[in-house]
Design a protein around this ligand. Structure first.
Ligand code: PAF
Length: 280
């Protein structure tokens, strides 16, 4: 596996090896990323892409609405390389900020799809976040030129936003969804879980318990009620606990009921903001 840091190195690598599948990350890789990378490597091999699975590691400053979150975001490149290699990546691309946003070069924000502005979920809680995500993902796709890219279902709204942006811009990159990997108590793996204190970690499984309880409810209002009950019962501060149409993330309508929904939760636990979701 190669580690590349500049665009010229990446272009040289892809020029010799051929196309690739991209797994975009911000580093601090964990087993959840490992599963996305394995998926990416399988896809690259199935498609006969000589560049294999390329993992980008770039903590994108433009998507952080909270400067302290950006400042404390873990940077663990050595460990990331080891995990990526182990999971089957062919290359890690870890560019500096000036490689992605070169001074004097305009890297614009594309037109945001409806999924990035309408649902009132992450878009309402993290102003500017999806503008930053769309900007960097479009940029990464332009520089790397992948045939496909793998995004985790853990960030479900991001997955829908990226898929919609790529479709709208006709970028010709297949967006592949990778399943969420969970700890033994159901907590979705996340780079930010390391900031939970031991006592908080013990309560964090409430999000998964809430999603499981929601599945047993036949109505949207019932599902939303039990999710809120479960998460608040564990002492977390709920930002939203809703069931939405799985495709556009707007409220369910037109007789679309169970089987078409996505249950989504965001809640604060100490200094950490947790999000999770599941099919409903
Ligand atoms: O999900 C992430 O880690 C980031 O939002 C992404 C897609 C790598 C863009 O910076």
């Amino acid at each position: 596996m190669e580690t590349l840091t500049d665009r010229a190195g990446l272009a040289g690598y892809l020029g010799v090896r051929g196309g690739c599948v991209l797994v975009p990350t911000m580093g601090a890789l964990h087993a959840g990323h490992g599963s996305l990378i394995r998926r990416g490597a399988e896809e690259a091999s199935r498609r006969g892409l000589g560049g294999g699975c390329v993992v980008s590691v770039f903590v994108n400053p433009t998507q952080f609405d909270d400067p302290s979150d950006y400042a404390r975001y873990p940077k663990t490149l050595g460990a990331d390389e080891a995990l990526a290699r182990e999971a089957g990546a062919s290359a890690v691309w870890a560019p500096g900020v000036e490689e992605v946003y070169p001074p004097g070069e305009e890297v614009g924000v594309p037109e945001l799809p409806a999924e990035a502005t309408g649902p009132g979920l992450e878009d309402a809680r993290r102003p500017g976040h999806f503008a930053g995500v769309c900007r960097v993902v479009k940029r990464l796709f332009e520089v790397v030129g992948p045939a496909a890219a793998v995004f985790g279902e853990k960030d479900y709204q991001q997955l829908r936003v990226v898929a919609s942006m790529v479709r709208g811009l006709g970028m010709g990159v297949e967006v592949i969804a990778g399943a969420t990997v969970r700890e033994a108590d159901g907590l979705a793996m996340s780079s930010r879980n390391r900031f939970l204190k031991a006592e908080e970690r013990g309560r964090a499984g409430a999000l998964w318990r809430a999603l499981v309880r929601a599945r047993g409810e036949g109505t949207v209002s019932g599902a939303e009620r039990v999710m809120r009950e479960e998460v608040e019962g564990a002492g977390l501060l709920v930002e939203y606990a809703v069931v939405r149409d799985a495709a556009g993330l707007m409220p369910m309508s037109g007789g679309r009921g169970r089987g078409f929904g996505r249950a989504l939760i965001a809640a604060r636990l100490g200094s950490v903001r947790l999000i999770d979701n599941a099919a409903w």
